[in-house]
Design a protein around this ligand. Structure first.
Ligand SMILES: [Zn+2]
Length: 303
């Protein structure tokens, strides 16, 4: 999900806040913390994003309207979707996975720092920030309003392909005009952390028990993070779904921000199927809870 929020979306975002309080299925305060053996994972809610059906064009349909109505939402949308970052702790070590929007998407977000403080953690205590990808709702929170580094001591870690894509003048020139501000945020983030950007490739070990899992399509270097201690496993899958309500039953419904929609569909189907088979828990940046994946009569379900 990301950032070319229309003015209407921003207005809808503020209008949704009271609605969200009464819409537990989609907008509940984040559950957690989750324990995975020696690890503690705490979702940090940056804000709520008003997802309009036009952002998942296949949802502008009878099937989409029926799902929205069935969840108690207006048939024409929008649905309030969480934007999360995650604090991951082991003993006295503190890592962050993504950082929310910060101030780059306008008002209504930028709550990650306060959520960290509520956990007794200062930004300068974060040693590493793993990034699922460089979209503004994941990386904008790395910047102060003045576009400086918000995390004084943290190293940023992301996939080599992600750095290459957002650094590529040719990719920017050939991307739709609507994506251009995304390049600006991604490049501002990379510029704000000079000498503190570490590239990994493939299923790299990020820390003992924590591995990168490439999930390309939404962006070229989009990745999930698999946290494991013995048989206990949690996959934080980034943006595999932007709407649990719409995309779990319809894994082929893509969002308008996918760099490669065909690859995004194949990746989504692949990881949903693997999660259903292997039985590990999953959560994501736009999911309000944690659960296991089951195959359903239509698509999949998060249980
Ligand atoms: Zn997103």
């Amino acid at each position: 999900m990301s950032f070319h929020l229309s003015r209407r979306s921003l207005l809808a975002a503020s209008a949704l806040l009271p609605l969200g309080l009464h819409s537990p299925a989609v907008a509940a305060a984040p559950s957690g913390p989750y324990r995975i053996g020696v690890f503690t994972v705490t979702p940090l809610r940056d804000g709520l994003f008003p997802l309009e059906p036009s952002m998942i064009p296949a949802a502008e349909s009878q099937a989409g309207q029926a799902l929205l109505k069935g969840a108690g939402l207006p048939a024409e949308g929008p649905s309030p979707e969480p934007v999360n970052a995650f604090l991951i702790r082991r003993g006295d070590r503190h890592w962050l996975l993504d950082a929310g929007c910060g101030t780059v998407l306008g008002p209504g977000f930028d709550r990650v720092t306060a959520a960290l403080a509520a956990e007794g953690v200062r930004p300068d205590q974060i040693e590493t920030i793993w990034l699922t990808h460089l979209h503004a709702d994941h990386a904008g929170g790395l910047l102060t309003p003045g576009r400086l580094a918000r995390f004084a001591n943290a190293e940023l870690v992301l996939q080599e392909r992600e750095v290459a894509y957002w650094s590529d003048a040719g990719a920017r020139a050939s991307a739709p005009a609507a994506l251009s501000p995304m390049f600006e945020t991604a490049q501002a983030v990379m510029a704000a952390y000079p000498g503190r950007l570490r590239r990994v490739s493939g299923e790299a070990e990020l820390a003992p028990g924590i591995h990168a899992l490439p999930l390309p399509g939404h962006t070229p270097g989009h990745m999930g993070v698999l946290i494991a201690d013995g048989p206990d496993r949690l996959l934080i899958w980034g943006d595999i779904v932007h709407s649990r309500l719409l995309q779990m039953p319809h894994p082929d419904w893509t969002v308008i921000w996918d760099t490669d929609p065909i690859e995004a569909i194949a990746t989504r189907r692949g990881i949903l199927d693997r999660a259903a088979t292997e039985g590990f828990r999953v959560t994501g940046m736009h999911i309000a809870t944690v659960g296991k994946i089951e195959r359903a009569s239509t698509g999949y379900a998060l249980i």
